[in-house]
Structures are given as C-alpha cells and as structure tokens.
Design a protein around this ligand. Structure first.
Ligand code: ACM
Length: 653
C-alpha cells in the first residue's frame, strides 16, 4: 500500500470491541487518507518516511525543554536549529546540555551501528514523556530532527510567537533512511546572480527536505560567478551585464554605452563560507563550470579563448537571442559562445580554473557542463579543421569528444572525478565520467548500461524552470511541468542496474527567475515531489496522500515566509471547436476536491458564481473566461483570466 506508512495501527480501545473492529478502524483511516483528506494520523512528513508506527497518546512539549546531545561541531547546527524551532514560536525555554538525568529530547549517536539506518538514516521515538532520536552518523540526527519538527502543528514554523495552549505531537516510532545517496537541486546562479545570503536561504529550505547536494551552475553565457586568481577579467568583465527585465530571450540589443553593472560573483572566501554553511546542514556543493558551450562570459573576458576573431567585441549575454533552435539540437550559434577546442591556451585556462575549483570544493565531483555546444563556428574554422586532420577525426562531433577527454584528464590530475551533461556521451567519454541525464531518462539509461555513474535530472520530471500550470498564469517558459508529473519521477528505472544510479536531482535554471522569491516559487512544491522521489521507498509513494501533506507544508511555508507556487490549484484547459463552429471548453484539475467557479461577463467570480460541472460552450460574444478555484468553501486558486482569443487559437479557429 502506498500512502500513509502506518505499518502497525495500534489503537487503545475497550476490550468489548472485536479485533475486526480495530482492523475496520485502521482501514477507514487509510481510506480517508487515500482520498486526499488531511493525513489520517495527522502526520504529514515530507519526504514520506520508510516506516511510522503511530500509537495512541501525545507528547506535550514542556515549557522548559532540555535537549541532550554530545558537544560536537558536526551536531552544533542541528542542536541550534532544534533550539530555535522549539523556542521561537512557543516562547518556551529551550536549553541544550551534554548530559542530563531526564532530558526532554535526546539526540544520540549509536555506539553500535544500526545496519538499517546506514549513514543518513535515523530512528525517532516519541513517547508521552520524552523523545529520542538515534542515528549512526550526525546526518541522520539532522534528518531525524527535521522529521520531529514536522510532527508538530504547522505553527512550529512561525517566525513570531504563537499563542497556543499546548504544543503536542503524536506518540510514534519512526524508522527512516534514504532510497538514494544523491538527492540534489541545481541552482543556476549564472543567468541571474543570487547573493551568498540568498544561496544560504535556498540551502536552508532544501536541507529541511533532506536534500544533500547543491549543484551550483557557476558559469554561463550571462555570467562567470566565481573568483579565479590570476584570471581577474572573469569577474571584472564576465560577471557583469546589461540589466533587462521582462521576457528573457528576445530583449532588444544593448547600446554600446549601456551600463554593464548588473551581476556579481563569489570570492573564494565567499565560496568557503557557503561550503561550510552547506556542510553544517549536511549538504555538499558541486560546482559546475559549463564548457565548451555556454561560455560567452568567459570568452568576453578572454577573447583569446575563442576560435572566432570577432570575440574581441563580445559581451556577456543579457537575454538577447544568441542561438537559433529552429533546426533542433545542436543549436546554431548566432555568435560563437564556445571555447576553442583547437587552442592550447584553452587547456591551460581550464587547468588554472580546475586547479582552483578542486582546491576550493571538497566534493569529489566537478561538473564540466558539455551541453548544447553549437558546432557551426567550429565547422568553418581553420584551426578546428587542422585539429581534425591532425587527430584523424572524421565527424565534427568528435571535436567535442576530444575537448571533453582533455578536460577529463585535467580533472583527474587534480584528484577529482568529472561529471557532465549527457551530450558528452556523443563524442565519447571515459567510463569514470559520471553522466547527468537531462534530455529525458534515456541517455541516463544508456550511460548506466555502459557502466557510467548516473544522476537522473530529466526535463520530463525535474526541470524546475518549467511552468507549473497554464501559460496565462505563469511566467512564460517553453514547456510546462505540473506537480503531479514531477511526483511520477522514478530515478531508478526498471531494467537498469541500480548500482549505476547515484540518485536524482531537480534543476532550477534562472533565465526567467529574477529574484530569490521567484526561485522559491519555482522550486516548491515540485521540490517536495522530487525529495520524495529520491528519499522514500517507491511503494510508499501515493499522490493523494502526498498532496494532503503538501497542503500542510503550504501552511508551514506561509508561516516560515518561504514562497511556493499555488499553481497546482489552477485548472487545466482543453479547448475544441464544435461542429457548429462554437468554442467548447473543458476543465480538469490535478488534485481532487476542487470546485471551479467562472464567469464570461468580465466580472470576478466567487463561490456564488456558476460551478463548472460539464463542458461549456462559450457565449458568442465573450472575450474573457474568468475562473477561481475553491476547496472546502475557501478560495485556494488564483483569479485567472483566460482570453477567449487564446482558447480559440488553441482550438485552431
Ligand atoms: C541543460 O538543460 N542544457 C542541461
């Protein structure tokens, strides 16, 4: 059974009730859950734990809380976090000690390893009088604390004191450990720059959902975001661009004297601070230097890195069109945004960059990009043609393979492993390079069959830059990915040897994301779905049950002042043309239990307006279809305005 993981439904009940009655009650609890009401047990942990045994009774948080934990640097943040969460909203006194005869909450590292829990698992035992969290390693205690906090009422997330008569959680025993070791989110800080504090804010939230890997996309056409000593222009020139706002991709050309003062970069000290901040929350940071394509910021800084002489006039991109995708992949570059694979200076540049990246980042992998490298400039370049003759290369695709293999050698010479986007499989790459599968799952499957380590981050389930509902209510991006589709993400496909699948990851590209609030909006709630896909056992996944928990976490985010998208409440439109040339509109929803109220008369509907039940025929003169979604008598969706002209275009009028 998917859904709520109550492996053993214990209910204290008068002996006159038959055992069958108890079973019936358990069944009813499960049934309510399965229909998407609030989780039957009141437990709404994301990601869903491996096992929850709920008993009767409650633990009531005392007004003076004693946390017992060893005085160790790797536990310091976990204890500080727990103290803050338990004191800030409650106003209670919360102290931590290294030993106590009667602690309220005990965080305990196992002296004898519990084989079930591995390095990140935990057990959480809540009795009526106290709480014990045990783990083999500090990471497990951190995750146990996250689950413990999620057992409390949503107000536990409040930043200000909340008046409640008490703070209780159900008595329960939880055993939990992750399905996969790589549970990642990629944050593109190149297209738009996000400050060190904003990256910390992003880490704070992801760590709470048991993500353990932040992939920082540090370089792209729009910006180079990391200080490299000896290459000052990367950050003097490459980190700054023209500031434009609106719909990225088609901005009008910049004027020659337009200020290029929008952007920023991280100093090496900033990077060390971020790595430490992430590590305290059991998150590793993997850097990405995206080469040989997506390199306009580097080329604008050091035009010698290009095969194209006009590169001396190049500037970091600000959102104007530089690629023509009309012929499919690889794109045709309108300006040459590649590093020149036939230029030895490029390899000494890469050596300098990778040496410093390898020294700065303790994580074992460095991501070297490899995606979407255009070949049209290489095809007509004499240096590249000479390289092909010299190396006996027949196909232009082999040129990227040549580049990748040389970069791979540099990475390995620094004691690191290389990871790259799945395009690198095309030019050939050695088995030690790990592949990040983004163009669907198929390249990841192919790579795993060829014994590469693989991280699945497919557009189909995990692209967090895609729209979350209809284009009328979301910033326009070329594709959409609804929450229920993200929730279908299964990083370990059938028929693939799981030892080659390191894990899964959501990718947040930021061309259209101008600020941290929007970064949060795009990440959540799909980040919940991906977290559950990489942490929870496949058999425990259950969409209605998940969504009931998501709604509890929406309330948590409201109180924590973290943004999320309410797009899941937006209806799905289907427009068709009837035989008598009228517009037929059909609506559906991702989640059960919603009622949609609408108008065609340009006024704003509420729950007293007609409720959608069957397909509608638009009145002949209507120009707008306005809608709002209610659940349990309360508005949950946004007020949407769908132009009739848009529906007619979709119906091919
Ligand atoms: C990618 O989305 N170009 C990896």
């Amino acid at each position: 059974m998917g859904g709520e993981t109550i492996t053993n439904c214990k209910i204290n009940i008068s002996p006159v009730f038959m055992k069958n009655t108890i079973h019936l009650l358990c069944f009813l609890l499960f049934s309510i859950t399965a229909f998407g009401q609030s989780p039957a047990s009141g437990i709404a942990i994301i990601p869903q734990p491996v096992s929850i045994i709920k008993d009767t009774g409650h633990f009531i948080l005392p007004k003076s809380v004693v946390i017992q934990a060893a005085n160790s640097p790797e536990l310091a943040h976990t204890v500080a976090f727990l103290r803050e969460r338990l004191s800030e909203p409650t106003g209670y006194r919360v102290i931590s000690v290294t030993s106590s005869s009667n602690p309220t909450i005990k965080l305990q590292l196992n002296t004898q390893s519990d084989a079930r829990l591995g390095t990140e698992g935990y057990s959480l035992s809540v009795t009526a009088s106290h709480v014990v969290i045990k783990a083999n390693k500090a990471a497990g205690l951190f995750y146990g604390v996250q689950s413990f906090i999620q057992l409390f009422p949503e107000e536990i997330e409040s930043k200000v004191q909340v008046n409640r008569s008490n703070w209780t959680i159900p008595v329960a025993e939880i055993i939990d450990y992750p399905k996969l070791g790589w549970r990642g989110l990629m944050f593109d800080v190149a297209r738009h720059f996000f400050t060190k504090d904003e990256v910390k804010q992003y880490i704070d939230v992801m760590a709470r959902y048991k993500y353990n890997l932040l992939h920082l996309h540090l370089t792209d056409d729009e910006g180079w975001r990391i200080e490299i000593k000896g290459l000052p222009k990367l950050t003097e020139v490459g980190a700054w661009r023209v500031n434009r706002t609106g719909t990225f991709g088609n901005f009008i050309p910049a004027t020659p004297d337009e200020p290029r003062d929008y952007g920023g970069y991280y100093t090496q000290e900033d990077i060390k601070e971020l790595i430490k901040y992430a590590k305290d929350r059991f998150v590793d940071i993997m850097p990405e230097i995206d080469v040989p394509g997506h390199s306009l910021a580097a080329v604008a800084s050091y035009p010698d890195l290009s095969c194209t002489p006009e590169a001396i006039n190049y500037k970091p991109r600000f959102g104007e069109q530089i690629m023509d995708w009309s012929g499919g992949a690889p794109p045709k570059a309108l300006i040459d945004n590649t590093l020149c694979p036939a230029n030895e200076k490029v390899y000494s540049f890469m050596d300098t960059v990778i040496t410093q990246i390898a020294q700065l980042f303790p994580f074992e992998y460095i991501h070297l990009g490899g995606d979407e490298a255009p070949i049209n400039y290489w095809q007509s370049n004499d240096q590249v043609k000479a390289l092909m003759v010299r190396e006996g290369m027949k196909d232009i695709k082999d040129v990227q393979g040549y580049f990748t293999k040389r970069v791979e050698k540099i990475v390995e010479s620094k004691g690191k492993k290389m990871m790259a986007w799945d395009e690198v499989l095309e030019g050939g790459v050695s088995q030690s390079t790990a592949v990040m599968s983004w163009r669907g799952m198929k390249y990841g499957i192919e790579a795993a069959h060829n014994k590469h380590q693989v991280v699945m981050s497919p557009t189909t389930y995990a692209y967090l830059d895609y729209m979350q509902s209809d284009v009328i209510s979301e910033p326009r991006v070329y594709a959409s990915l609804r929450l229920n589709k993200s929730y279908e993400f299964e990083p370990v496909p059938d028929g693939v040897d799981p030892q080659y699948i390191k894990g899964g990851q959501g990718n947040l590209w930021t061309e259209q994301i101008y600020n941290i609030r929007q970064a949060e909006y795009m990440t959540w709630p799909r980040g919940f779905a991906i977290a559950e896909s990489v942490w929870s056992p496949k058999a425990k996944k259950n969409w209605p049950h998940f969504f009931a928990r998501v709604e509890s976490h929406f309330k948590r985010f409201d109180l924590a002042e973290t943004k999320y998208a309410p797009s899941v409440y937006d209806p799905i439109f289907k427009a068709t043309k009837t035989a008598d040339n009228r517009l037929k509109i059909e609506l559906s929803t991702e989640v059960p239990g919603l009622s949609i109220h609408y108008s065609f008369d340009n006024s704003f509907p509420d729950k007293f307006y007609p409720k959608y039940t069957t397909p509608l025929t638009a009145p002949v003169d209507a120009s707008q279809f306005k809608l709002i979604t209610y659940k349990d008598g309360k508005p949950v969706g946004r007020m949407l305005t769908m132009p009739i002209s848009e529906l007619k275009a979709r119906a091919r009028f």
